[in-house]
Design a protein around this ligand. Sequence first.
Ligand code: HEC
Length: 253
Amino acid sequence: MATSTLRLRDFGFGVRLGLTLLAFVIVGGSVVSGLYLRSHHDNRDEQEGFTLDDIRAHYHGIRSESPMLGALERDHPEDMDAGQRRVLIDWLTGDKVRENYDNFDLGENMPEEIIAASCVSCHDSGATGPEAYPELSLRYFDDVMANSISRDINPVSPKVLAASLHAHSLALGTMCIVMVLLVALTRAPRPVVGVLAVMIGAGLLVDLGSWIPARQNAVFIYGIVGGGLVFQVGVVVSLVVVVLDLWLPQKAQ
Ligand code: HEC
């Protein structure tokens, strides 16, 4: 039935070898761009590790107030000395939060001391009593840091975003058209080919199409990540299908 149609497997040895090598180039390129994305965006949210917040910071920006600062400004805890409250607020709004936490030069204004005296009785994993709040510990440096950071991260500038979007959509779009055509020329079952083609096309469109709206609305971050993932899986599976098809014996199917 399919004898008259064009099939990848029918190409000569040289063409099939060349296509196989190019498939490796694309996989290698994807790995490198994945690694680059990781290292480039790793600290985008000012916190260690590559998480969804890094993507959110890049495309949407992040604005969050330090929970400790918020509590202190709300007059929590009620019975705190006003001068000490001022000291903690100044410390949290300053730019030496980490350095000054246990800076002995500050004397009795050392944040660690004030927190130990005013907060830890309630904010400790072992604290008990009707007023205690052990869920939020402020006993250790890491606990305090986790609750002290205010973040105000601006998204990437519209100019850089537009340049990057332009380059990505043209280069990836072209690559994907070729990819879909190659899969279509394999002996793989038609439904498989169809699903892969839609994964690649829809994934890329949703990913790139979410970049600009993500600036206004953070929901589109899921479009970037979800679309990108579907697209990547589609590309890698398609390449595997293509390379297998190039070398499996003629009568395999
Ligand atoms: C008498 C006990 C007590 C003391 C002392 C106390 N807290 Fe609390 N804290 C609580 C309780 C209970 C809650 C949970 C209910 C609430 O939010 O008021 C809380 C909540 C918080 C929260 C979370 C607020 C939020 O928006 O989620 C922060 C941050 C906090 N406290 C910081 C501090 C700091 C900083 C100090 C010392 C300067 C302190 N607390 C002293 C009992 C205490």
